[in-house]
Design a protein around this ligand. Structure first.
Ligand code: MN
Length: 491
């Protein structure tokens, strides 16, 4: 399924107290609101008006149907009138989809001349949404609350961003990850409890033999290799005479894609320590797979591979780009404090500022032939870096706001793609916070999601979330981590 295939069900709370005329008005307005929201162009997925619910049975029924509908990624609830909340309990305790309480109102203005008690009884969202909010709080139900006028662009945009997070949660629950080889020897942060991850996030993380991939590479036909080379030539500048190296990457990509698609996997990991039967570490092969929507993690880092796939899915149709990334080295000149992110090869060209070049250079580690890779600079702009770590007993998602810049120097001898950024709130504080939180060197760098969306996603998956922002201090973060540790031990 693509992002656009998901739907969100609009469920409007009411009761029989008001008589049929009011209920008909509520239902027709709810349909009108769904239609106008869909026509706004601000939402990535369709809103489907389902019911003006007046009884516990209607609510329980619609939530059961939502749970069983694969295309439904969440419900959006709102109370045009007053809806007594005990009617919602039996439904909400069984809700398995994302929930947004949309605290809005049909009319924007209080009509000075028209307003009377009939108007007040029909238009009492201010009243009904508080009753509705209480039951969400009382049940400790994971939910998003979005308040504001439903025709305002900023309100619609927030609803759209929440929809992307909810679709990401649905995608997560069906995600399969293909591991070629194990994690890099002795590395801790790329490890994780795959059973816990499957229970919480839904990921099916399994391994396939690298030897099978090597056989697949050998079996790629000349026509398949030629077609992939034409694709590379259409997208990238060839800046090497070693076309044989590029052709080998094309064969690797064809073979990896076949295995991924055969098994229904949308993310993969590999490691330079296990390239049995392969001539090169995949470079452009992995980079181009990333550009077409697959997730990837190096050194066996299947967690970052899966997160890359999820964020790419959430941001379908957006233009900023999302990439597997690694914090590599710092520029610590006062007033010019930047991180330089890169990897051995595998940065996704979706974040490129210019048309990438295909180059071939030796790789200092792995003992294989010189791999072909895409070399480019990342573009300027606001972004986040995201890391999922296994704390033992729970998962923690860390998200840091960053400001990417055009790299301040050309670095002509650096043979890999690179992105330069300023971490929030500043390099030193941001680094202290990242290290205190246990964030990995591998991240997903995305220009298209923001911290609020990642927080929404983490809440839907019931995992810990830590945000390092413009306002974070080392002291406040240490306090938050201490309290989180206590809270998650009790949960
Ligand atoms: Mn790495």
């Amino acid at each position: 399924m693509s992002l656009r295939d998901y739907t969100f069900w609009f469920v409007v709370g009411s009761q029989y107290l008001y008589g049929p005329e009011v209920l008909e008005t509520v239902a027709s307005r709810a349909q009108e609101m769904a239609d106008k929201l869909n026509a706004s162009g601000k939402l990535p997925c369709k809103v489907v008006y389902k019911v003006t619910a007046k009884t516990s049975k209607e609510i329980t029924d619609v939530i059961r149907d939502a749970n069983h509908d694969e295309s439904c990624a969440g419900i959006i609830t709102w109370c045009h009138t007053f809806s007594p909340s005990k009617m919602w309990i039996n439904g909400l305790v069984n809700l398995q989809k994302a929930w947004c309480h949309f605290a809005t109102q049909y009319n924007r203005e209080i009509p000075n001349d028209e307003i009377d008690m009939d108007f007040m009884n029909l238009n009492q969202a201010a009243h009904g949404d508080r009753e509705h909010g209480f039951i969400g709080a009382r049940l400790r139900a994971p939910r998003k609350v979005i308040a504001g006028y439903w025709q305002d662009a900023d309100v619609q945009e927030r609803l759209g961003k929440w929809m992307r997070a909810a679709a990401g949660a649905a995608f997560s629950r069906s995600l399969k990850v293909m591991r070629f080889g194990d994690n890099m020897r002795e590395v801790a942060v790329t490890e994780g409890d795959k059973v816990e991850v499957q229970a919480k996030l839904g990921w099916q993380v399994n391994t396939w033999p690298v030897g099978e991939l090597a056989d697949g590479i050998a079996a790629v036909t000349q026509a398949e290799e030629d077609a992939m080379m034409r694709e590379y030539e259409s997208l990238y500048d060839i800046a090497t005479d070693n076309l044989d190296a590029v052709r080998y990457q094309a064969r690797e990509e064809v073979a990896m894609k076949k295995m991924l698609d055969r098994e229904g996997c949308r993310a993969f990991s590999n490691t330079f320590q296990d390239l049995y039967g392969m001539k090169q570490l995949p470079g452009i092969a992995t980079q181009h797979l990333l550009a077409t929507g697959y997730g990837y993690g190096a050194e066996g880092d299947w967690k970052v591979g899966a997160m890359t796939a999820i964020i790419k899915f959430m941001t379908e149709g957006q233009k900023g780009g999302s990439a597997f990334m690694e914090d590599y080295t710092y520029h610590l000149v006062p007033g010019q404090e930047y991180s330089l992110g890169a990897h051995m090869l595998e940065v996704c060209p979706s974040v490129a500022a210019e048309r990438p070049r295909i180059e071939v250079h030796p790789l200092g580690i792995g003992g294989k032939e010189d791999p072909a890779r895409l070399v480019f600079e990342g573009h300027a702009g606001s972004a986040v870096v995201v890391s999922l770590v296994d704390m033992g007993g729970r998962l923690r998602l860390i998200c840091q706001d960053i400001e990417c810049v055009k790299p301040i120097m050309p670095m002509p001898n650096l043979p890999v793609a690179r992105v330069m950024w300023r971490a929030m709130p500043d390099l030193k504080t941001g680094l202290e916070c990242w290290i205190l939180a246990g964030g990995a060197h591998h991240t997903v760098l995305s220009y298209d999601v923001d911290a609020e969306q990642m927080k929404d996603w983490a809440r839907m998956m019931d995992i810990e979330f830590v945000h390092i922002s413009r306002d974070t201090t080392t002291e406040s973060l240490e306090h938050e981590l201490f309290l989180n540790d206590l809270a998650w031990k009790l949960k």
